[in-house]
Design a protein around this ligand. Structure first.
Ligand code: IMP
Length: 430
């Protein structure tokens, strides 16, 4: 059976790139199917660190085909920089990369709209987007009238399409009272620039849906690489403090065009603690010295924006919810080396809401803001685990911590990561 997916179970940045890179050798095709340049997937190979935004992490393995599906929103200049960076560093990027002609394109006005409209939600808290134009591009995709797909950039009427949209966008942006909306939209200059990008991207563009359906039917092994995390899912996450795509397991089929019947294994990736970038509720957040300690130990600064990430304890209520939502079979627990340096570790096992203990994840953001986490506290093991290579190399207290997370989330832990390197990975049963 062909399909395995790697899904982040928190608010993104769970080190999915590392896991995908490790698994890649067992697959024929790696697929990105949602998100865009808001994602930052870091892969460390030997002494080299690669930061990927659009391109699947499978690109680092020359045997593997890499597909960017229709659900991704592409930023051509950023994507081309990514391709150039890989090629300069000796990585093959040629017939091993295919971009969906159905994928939507992020254009300069999307970045301007993101800036101008990121000021706040109705209740005043800022979503704190990555300002990569992701939300506005998805909004145009659903709205249809002002959307540009990658395939459109290769058509003879691309110039007219840009001119028509620029006219409309000028009016829309002029109605927004924000400095970010004051950009000069010159249709000819934008067309000239994007037509050049289109020519460079042309060799990679194709009908990835047909390609993947053929591949699935031919029993090829497909690895789906989720971006962001399930708590940022536009339908099932901490709305409105979410991204604009289905980042939980439910988005795989719509974003790739591969029906659910081909998906048979789901790996949920979670850190041994929690982080979040941007606004929105975060029940186990430690906005204090403890959080700063985790941030320092885990180098918790955004790959895409460099922003310091908010840090806190592992939230088993949230991860149990997203593991169920994404149909997770097993967990990969990342950054165990970070919690291994803490004298005391807490795990949130339930919430209290209006005096009642609950273990379900509230659907409304106002309720989530009001919950009080109920913690279990464990004494830390204060041992360097970065050289551990088998489960039996880990201290007993670390194994207990892993076991407790597994019980609370209701899924077995299949992988434990003790550092960024490929070799710093422990598989269950060792
Ligand atoms: P957007 O995706 O740029 O619209 O941002 C919406 C929210 O999702 C913000 O809180 C971002 O910080 C968050 N976000 C988007 N992409 C990522 C990611 O790859 N990792 C972590 N947070 C992300």
């Amino acid at each position: 059976m062909p399909g395995t997916c790697v899904i982040g179970l928190q608010w993104g940045d769970e080190a999915k790139g590392k896991l995908v890179d490790l698994l890649t050798a067992q697959f024929d095709i790696v697929i990105r199917y949602q998100g865009g340049a808001n994602a930052g997937h870091t892969v460390v190979v030997s002494d080299q660190t690669y930061k990927l935004h659009h391109i699947p992490s499978g690109i680092l393995n020359p045997q593997v085909m890499n597909v960017v599906g229709p659900g991704v929103v592409l930023n051509p200049p950023t994507l081309l920089k990514e391709i150039d960076m890989l090629v300069e560093r000796g990585i093959k990027v040629s017939d091993n990369l295919m971009l969906s002609d159905r994928a939507h394109v992020v254009l300069p006005w999307h970045m301007a709209e993101d800036k101008a409209m990121n000021e706040g939600t109705a209740d005043g808290e800022n979503i704190g987007t990555t300002l990569r134009g992701i939300g506005p591009c998805y909004r145009d995709k659903v709205g249809r009238s002002y959307a540009v797909r990658l395939g459109d950039m290769l058509r003879p009427d691309f110039k007219q399409k840009i001119a028509r949209i620029v006219d409309a966008k000028r009016n829309i942006l002029s109605g927004l009272a924000h400095d970010g909306a004051n950009i000069d939209l010159d249709a000819t200059a934008i067309y000239d620039e994007y037509a050049t990008y289109a020519e460079r991207l042309r060799p990679f563009v194709g009908d990835t849906t047909a390609y993947l359906l053929d591949a699935a039917e031919a029993n090829q092994r497909l690895l789906f690489e989720g971006a962001q995390g399930a708590l940022l899912d536009v339908d099932h996450g901490t709305y409105p403090f979410v991204t604009s795509s289905n980042s939980s397991g439910v988005g795989i089929s719509s974003g790739s065009g591969v029906p659910a019947k081909w998906l048979n294994t789901v790996i949920g990736v979670a850190k041994a603690y929690s982080t979040r970038v941007g606004g929105g509720p975060f029940p186990t957040e430690q906005d204090n010295e403890q959080g700063q300690r985790i941030r320092d130990l885990g180098h918790e600064y955004g790959t895409t924006t460099g922003r310091p990430r908010r840090c806190g304890w592992f939230d088993a209520v949230a991860v149990r919810y997203t593991a169920r939502l994404s149909g997770v079979d097993s967990l990969s627990l990342m950054m165990m080396d970070v919690v291994s340096q803490l004298p005391e570790i807490k795990v949130c096992v339930a919430y209290e809401l209006d005096g009642k203990r609950i273990t379900h994840f509230p659907s409304h953001v106002d309720d989530l803001r009001r919950v009080q986490p109920v913690y279990e506290t464990m004494t830390g093991w204060m041992t360097d685990v970065t050289t551990a290579r088998k489960m039996s190399d880990l201290p007993g207290a670390a194994l207990q911590y892993i076991q407790r997370i597994s019980e609370l989330v209701g899924r077995p832990v299949g992988v434990v990561s003790v550092g960024p390197g490929r070799e710093q990975t422990i598989f269950a049963g060792t």
